[in-house]
Ligand binder design. Structure first.
Ligand code: KG4
Ligand code: ZN
Length: 377
């Protein structure tokens, strides 16, 4: 913490040990990385308490973090074979997310960093998702075009280097993951919706129902307002109307009609969502001239999204590559927080006692320079 001179007590064999804690939503997760960003210990505890409600209940999430944080940290340190006082740098998700949930992590980490006299690094959750793939894939480095798709955010970003981010597009309403979760509910599938929809869609025919591709038209121009932006609330409404008409036409019990058409509706929705996400990302590849694509956030665990992105990027013939993490590191996790914390710490972006959580934390170093990118091309 900057209020005092911080001690770095790193063992030179391991390099500075960085700890990361994630509590922004419904995963309590901690990790320890060594100086080479190797994961020495990593625990991800998903809260089951929300399942019966079909979505995350903020108050319950905060309480569950509070109850489990000590056990999660103990287990992580045990795996890593280090004591808490051997950690050199403490990173924590400071936002965006659920404020009560975030506060548990921030207060815990702030107290420990203060007590041990170590740097405290507040981390932006979505910047951390950018770092997730690099923990497993040495080529997941800038320059890249990043599609960040989670339960709360959908961002299309051009990153010429770490710490320099140009915002190309974002959702105008629902996030991509939110759309998966809402469609899962409409189809009476369990929370979290993304994996449920993906599974249901496996046996479905995506061509049986036609759904719209919001904000995606051929006549859009790179300098137009819709070229990169996304919109998912209309797609969700279209699914809702489709389900209503399926039930009305069937005439019998609603549950049976939904069950019969579920795989096909799930497949049609997934295809529409993936189509839009991939098309806009590839527009960014073409306009920026940057052939490397990075997928981050929970929705990047979606297998058809990964496969379609790779296929269509290949078809562009620009020698591109797609980079994403394994599902464990695509979904919320402490390892990506520790990785982003190391980056921020190396740049001197450490917090002090004034550090707090922010539900709507601004993405660091994000400039809205779609026009600047276009001018270069
Ligand atoms: O990044 P994340 O774990 O948490 C947030 O930061 O929000 O993302 C969670 C989101 C949820 O909406 C979940 O339904 C979605 O990611 N998700 C998926 C898949 N796995 C998780 N969406 C589509 N396909 C998946 N396989
Ligand atoms: Zn996330």
């Amino acid at each position: 913490m900057p209020d005092r001179e911080c001690r770095i007590v790193s063992d030179s064999n391991r390099g500075p040990l960085v700890f990361g804690l994630e509590t922004s939503c419904d995963e309590t997760s901690a990790a320890v990385l060594d100086g080479e960003n190797r994961v020495l210990g990593h625990v991800v505890l998903s809260q089951d308490v929300h399942k019966v409600y079909g979505g995350v209940v903020p108050e319950l999430a905060a309480r569950a973090h509070l109850q489990k944080v000590d056990a999660v940290v103990d287990e992580t340190l045990g795996q890593a074979g280090v004591r808490l006082d051997e950690i050199d740098v403490f990173g924590v998700t400071a936002g965006p997310g659920l404020i009560g949930a975030l506060l548990v992590g921030v207060c815990w980490t702030k107290a420990v960093a203060w007590a041990l006299d170590r740097p405290l690094v507040p981390v932006h959750h979505m910047e951390a998702h950018l770092f997730g793939p690099s923990l497993e894939d040495p080529d997941a480095e800038p320059p890249f075009v990043a599609l960040l798709v989670s339960g709360g955010h959908t961002l299309l970003v051009h990153a010429p280097e770490w710490g320099t981010y140009e915002l190309l597009g974002r959702t105008r309403d629902d996030a991509a993951g939110e759309a998966f979760d809402k469609v899962a509910k409409l189809l009476q599938l369990p929370y979290p919706g993304g994996p449920s929809v993906q599974r249901a869609a496996e046996s479905g025919d995506p061509g049986r129902h036609r759904l719209p591709r919001p904000l995606l038209r051929r006549d859009q121009a790179p300098d137009g307002p819709d070229y990169y932006d996304f919109s998912f609330s209309g797609l969700k409404t279209a699914v809702s109307e489709l389900v209503r008409s399926i039930v009305a036409e069937a005439g019998g019990p609603a549950d049976a009609a939904i069950e019969r058409e579920r795989p096909h509706v799930a497949a049609a929705f997934q295809e529409a969502a993936v189509d839009v996400l991939v098309a806009k990302t590839l527009r960014a590849v073409e306009q920026t001239g940057c052939p490397r694509v990075l997928l981050g956030g929970g929705v990047s665990a979606n297998a058809p999204l990964r496969a379609t992105m790779a296929e269509r990027l290949d078809a562009l013939g620009v020698g591109g590559s797609v980079h994403f993490a394994s599902p464990r590191l695509s979904l919320d996790n402490g390892a990506m927080i520790a990785r982003a914390a190391r980056f921020r710490w190396e740049r001197g972006d450490v917090g002090g006692l004034e550090t707090t959580a922010s539900a709507r934390l601004a993405f660091p170093c994000l400039s809205s320079t779609a026009s600047a990118v276009l001018q270069r091309t």
